[in-house]
Ligand binder design. Structure first.
Ligand code: GLN
Length: 242
């Protein structure tokens, strides 16, 4: 049975190789004999009302985010309904911020968000740029890097606690957002090849929802290889291995 993934606006939102997440999802499906069909949604008419089994929205600059917000505005109701219905979704940085009510820029000007979930993002004085390490109850150690000006504030569940880096904002010590089967995150990297548990969580929820069956595990020895103290290729901060 074919599964369908919508990749929203890859022509506009694709910072730091976020597209690599799609390759990772496709490969991990293939290795289990699951066929994953990918459709790029650049305009509202590209999407079927019935939606997809998974979707991804990558990161982008403030300007690109606001272009996409107006372009996809006609799909707000549908995207909200898909999330509520348990569709698996990964939204990264600009794509994560874009689900909220607004993004307040440094000069105080507010860019409208999609208003799909009640939260907001406000740009701070400095960009939050570093390697990000998160301890997650559900996913264990989660690694990647972050590069954003916006700080996000919400009351939803998060992915986990920030051990190194900033995450949602400097105050809360929490990273990302987890609601139904939607993961919003500041982790680029791309996130999924480095964090196979999150990749499989998204695939599993889509697969179970469609077939009622459990997902077969894969051998992740290579993905989980600890090359540095924090595992995988989590790298250096101020010249030191961390
Ligand atoms: N425009 C956003 C910010 O700088 C998102 C950047 C990104 O997607 N990396 O906060």
């Amino acid at each position: 049975m074919e599964h369908l993934l919508y990749h929203f606006c890859p022509d506009t939102l694709n910072l730091y190789g976020d597209r690599g997440n799609i390759i990772c999802l496709k490969k991990r499906c293939e290795w289990r004999g699951i066929s994953l069909h990918i459709e790029e949604i650049k305009n509202p008419d590209d999407a079927r009302k019935t939606g997809s089994d998974l979707f991804m929205i990558g990161g982008g600059s403030d300007r690109e985010q606001s272009i996409v917000t107006s372009r996809l505005a006609p799909l707000v109701k549908e995207i909200r309904a898909w999330i509520e219905d348990g569709v698996s979704a990964l939204t990264i940085c600009g794509g994560y911020q874009f689900l909220g009510d607004y993004y307040e820029m440094k000069n105080g000007e507010k860019l409208k968000g999609m208003g799909i979930l009640p939260f907001y993002t406000k740009a701070g004085e400095d960009r939050l740029m570093t390697n990000l390490l998160v301890e997650s109850k559900q996913f264990g150690k989660v690694v990647g890097f972050e590069n954003h000006g916006g700080k996000t504030y919400h009351h939803f569940e998060t992915i986990g606690k920030v051990i190194n880096g900033y995450g949602n904002n400097e105050e809360s010590g929490e990273e990302g957002l987890h609601y139904h089967h939607l993961i919003g995150t500041y982790l680029h990297g791309p996130i999924l090849p480095k964090n196979p548990k999150i990749a499989d969580y998204l695939i599993e929820k889509a697969f179970e929802r469609k077939t009622g069956r459990k997902l077969e595990p894969l051998d992740d020895e290579m993905e989980n290889k600890e090359t540095r103290p924090f595992g995988r290729d989590f790298c250096t901060l101020n010249g030191k291995n961390i």
